[in-house]
Design a binder for this molecule. Structure first.
Ligand code: R5P
Length: 295
């Protein structure tokens, strides 16, 4: 390992210069991957826009039923047509997502903690790649806790998923976790997203932060931004818009969609931002119009 004494901070982000190794493929960092990987990534990232709207409902695996996610069987069919990718556990998807939607799946394959504990950072790989294949997963998602007690075991789980994913051409989405006591600085996200990309994941899910352009420019795979805790619809659309304008390849949004006053209108407004480059202001107008058609 390099001696970290005297290591200089990164400075040359060249964030205005496009990623130079995309070849003619629309997903960042994927030009040299094999056909199966590219096919799965193309189911997640629309070839016409290069972007994705993931609907995240993988909260119950450590929180139980939470607001908006009480009845997965009612929620998922209502929203799925407006998502490019459904992100959830095998239990949620098998029981509650009709199999005839033909939506890509980002299958949550790590777990190990619950809200009954203070430390949520202990997760390992708990779903076999065979089961992911049986579910026709377009990616497997593994959460990593960089800088927390569970760092080592979650990095091992992530690398295990990358190894197995390479064998079967299933992309791994590395999820950057933020915990109660964990940093949420630009420095943290620069470190965590780059670490995950260097471990070989094909997608990184992270959070938005100041100077997000720098995080996007130093991570050689697509970044998908989590929505985080529920905020007013207008603010959630601003988050989506800032993320896309700063180099994210999509959003993986949960609470800000399923806890919205009108989830169906909200996911359609998010789509406008992500795929059509609509501004946050226009998208909010669009949301209001769908949510209150008679006004
Ligand atoms: C959290 O454990 C999951 O990874 C969620 O998928 C992620 O946080 C995105 O959901 P939300 O937009 O509600 O933060």
């Amino acid at each position: 390992m390099a001696d970290i004494e005297g290591m200089k901070d990164a400075k040359q982000f060249a964030q205005d210069v496009e990623f130079s190794s995309s070849g003619n493929f629309h997903v960042k960092g994927a030009a040299n991957l094999d056909w199966g990987m590219k096919d799965r990534l193309s189911r997640i990232f629309r070839p016409d826009t290069g972007k994705t709207v993931m609907l995240a409902f993988d909260h119950g695996y450590f929180m139980g039923p939470t607001s908006g996610l009480e009845r997965l069987d009612l929620l998922i069919p209502d929203l799925a047509e407006h998502a490019d990718c459904l992100m959830g556990t095998r239990g949620a998807i098998r029981t509650s997502a009709p199999a005839n939607y033909n939506k890509s799946i980002a299958l949550r394959v790590s777990s190990g903690s619950s809200v009954l504990q203070d430390d949520l950072s202990k997760e390992s790989l708990v779903v076999s790649m065979e089961d992911a294949i049986k579910m026709n997963a377009s990616a497997v998602a593994v959460q990593t806790f960089i800088g927390a007690d569970g760092q080592k075991e979650t990095i091992e789980a992530l690398n295990q998923a990358v190894n197995l994913g390479s064998r079967y051409s299933i992309p791994t989405m590395g999820v950057v976790a933020v915990g109660k006591e964990m940093e949420r600085t630009t420095r943290f996200f620069l470190l965590a997203t780059r670490m995950l990309a260097e471990f070989g994941v094909q997608i990184v899910k992270t959070y938005y932060c100041d100077d997000f352009e720098k995080v996007a420019s130093t991570t050689p795979v697509p970044l998908v931004v989590a929505g985080g805790k529920k905020v007013p619809e207008k603010d959630a659309l601003t988050l989506a818009s800032n993320s896309i304008r700063s180099g994210a390849a999509g959003v993986d949004m949960g609470r800000n969609i399923f806890q919205s006053e009108n989830p169906k209108a909200m996911i359609q407004a998010v789509n406008k931002v992500v795929h059509e480059g609509m501004s946050d202001k226009e998208a909010y107008e669009f949301y209001l119009h769908l949510a209150n058609p008679e006004k």
